[in-house]
Design a protein around this ligand. Structure first.
Ligand code: F6P
Length: 327
């Protein structure tokens, strides 16, 4: 293991995701286990630029495993996009003696760190933490399982009222440009149609599928719409379908940020724990400029450039299943 690293800085950046705290805890404890000092950088790149850096010990990360959000706070930093901002961040790291970084976040975080790593060569490794599950090089990102479970729970509740009133609901879920959350909560929540950015669907195809429901005496229905849908958001689709539908009473629910909060599922806690340890071990074994991932239940490492230049393809088997089940 590398003896050149003595102080590891850990931070969370971009949208928070349930399980980030479990990942911080694993990074801190693994660093200490291997005899390294560990520092928390507050508010992601913003705190790196503003020199908000605190020493962490094993007890600083006690009682956080089960909590949503991130104790290190997070931000989307405009300043870090500039060379000036990144230089300031580098100087602060040097002044604090931090000689390696573990970043927990999504594609914006990785893109920023790739640039920083290329410019300043500070040993760095990333852990994928985002509800969107949109990163190449890993089957799952931390937070995706919890967010999808939260969405399914919401859909189940909406179904009760939809069934009681004979209503058609358009439910919009998060995921940015990715349809992962929508596709899987559509299957688990029994949606009649799931609209995702990765699949082309015309307005006519959507409408005729919904008309079919009217003709076959479907009393209530749920359409799940990914926020990145190219056909339009839930509100727009509901308005357009209302104009021609005389069968269903139509309602819209946009789940929004409630999908980002809450206690992480067991799956996300275990995933975060494995990835946090793998990040520190990888870093100390020379995996610098890499992202930790999990593929076929095994920890893998992929270099930053491979990750940011590829996308996480949608799972075609899930697409097939969703179609069969929605007749
Ligand atoms: O990347 C996570 C995510 O929740 C996306 O699903 C969503 O599009 C975006 O962040 C929302 O970002 P913000 O919280 O900055 O509005």
């Amino acid at each position: 293991m590398s003896n050149n690293i003595s102080k590891i800085g850990v931070f969370t950046s971009g949208g928070d995701a349930p399980g980030m705290n479990a990942a911080i805890r694993a990074v801190v404890r693994a660093s200490i286990y291997y005899g390294k000092e560990v520092y928390g950088i507050m508010r992601g790149y913003e705190g790196m630029i503003d020199d908000e850096i605190v020493k962490l010990g094993s007890r600083s990360v006690g009682n956080i495993l089960q909590r949503g959000g991130t104790i290190l706070k997070t931000a989307r930093s405009e300043a870090f996009r500039t060379r000036e901002g990144r230089e300031k961040a580098y100087q602060n790291l040097q002044r604090n003696g931090i000689d390696a970084l573990v970043a927990i976040g999504g594609d914006g975080t990785f893109t920023g760190l790739t640039k920083f790593y290329d410019e300043f060569k500070i040993p760095s490794i990333c852990i994928p933490g985002t509800i969107d599950n949109d990163l190449a090089g890993t089957d799952y990102t931390i937070g995706y399982d919890t967010a999808t479970n939260t969405a399914v729970e919401a859909i189940d509740k909406i179904r009760d009222t939809a069934m009681s009133h004979n209503r058609l609901f358009f439910i919009e879920v998060m995921g940015r440009h990715s349809g992962y959350i929508a596709l899987h909560c559509g299957i688990a929540g029994g949606a009649v149609v799931t609209i995702i950015p990765e699949e082309d669907m015309t307005m006519e195809q959507l409408f005729s599928k919904l008309d079919e429901g009217g003709k076959t005496n479907r009393k209530s229905s749920m359409v799940v719409v990914a926020e990145g849908s190219k056909l339009g958001g839930a509100m727009e689709l509901a308005n357009r379908f209302s104009a021609r539908n005389n069968y269903f009473d139509i309602k819209v629910t946009i789940l929004g940020h409630l999908q980002r909060g809450g206690s992480p599922t067991y799956f996300d806690r275990v995933l975060a724990s494995k990835m946090g340890i793998a990040a520190v071990e990888g870093l100390l074994n020379g995996k610098q400029g890499y992202m930790v991932g999990i593929q076929n239940n095994h920890i893998v490492y992929n270099d930053f450039h491979t990750i940011i230049n590829h996308r996480h393809e949608i799972d075609s088997e899930s697409l097939r299943i969703a179609k069969i089940l929605s007749i």
